[in-house]
Design a protein. Structure first.
Length: 193
């Protein structure tokens, strides 16, 4: 279709649905190998031969060993080996670097359907607990914040030109503003006394 269009043969207009259909067909014809080759052609993927992986692993090992040696040298230079806590510190630092070498599990293989059911049930229970906790936590609004909010709403209300904002409703908001102001004043007097 594109070749015909470029050669000005059978040049017909297509609508959006047809163009989406053409794109869908084109995407379905893209293979995994095509995508892989495109990524390789960009040059941003590292090569992944066994030799390269071994070299990278060896370089990482050497870097960690050098860091451990440097830390141990610093501890010796500071005289920490004579301090009873120095040996503990050196061991802790060495353990830290050794822990860096351990592989961190990023996925877990589910053995059977029971594992999947158990995980889903745990997630559902966690969600219900969080909902219950959030329902119990009531946010306390200070009188000062309430006054500011009511004052902002009154200002907004007064600026409206629409008939949907009834002036009688404005008096209600002003009433609650006065009540809240009085409560704040009483609280201040009670605090002073």
């Amino acid at each position: 279709m594109l070749e015909l269009f470029e050669k000005d043969i059978n040049k017909e207009k297509i609508n959006i649905k047809e163009s989406i259909d053409y794109l869908t067909d084109a995407w379905e014809n893209v293979t995994e190998e095509t995508i892989h080759n495109c990524w390789i052609k960009t040059g941003i993927l590292p090569s992944s031969t066994n030799e390269d992986i071994t070299d990278a692993t060896q370089a990482q090992r050497e870097k960690i060993d050098d860091e451990v040696a440097n830390i141990n040298q610093i501890i010796r230079e500071l005289g920490a080996t004579e301090d009873p806590y120095g040996a503990v510190l050196a061991d802790a630092i060495n353990d830290y670097f050794l822990d860096l070498e351990k592989e961190i599990p990023t996925e877990d293989v589910l053995v059977d359907d029971n594992d999947i059911v158990r995980l889903v049930q745990e997630e559902m229970c966690d969600g219900e607990i969080n909902e219950i906790d959030s329902e119990k936590e009531e946010i306390q609004v200070s009188l000062n914040n309430a006054l500011k909010s009511i004052q902002t709403w009154i200002s907004f209300f007064e600026q409206q030109q629409s008939d949907e904002f009834n002036i009688d409703d404005l008096y209600i908001f002003k009433k609650y503003f006065k009540i809240t102001k009085r409560l704040e004043f009483q609280l201040e007097i009670g605090t002073v006394l």
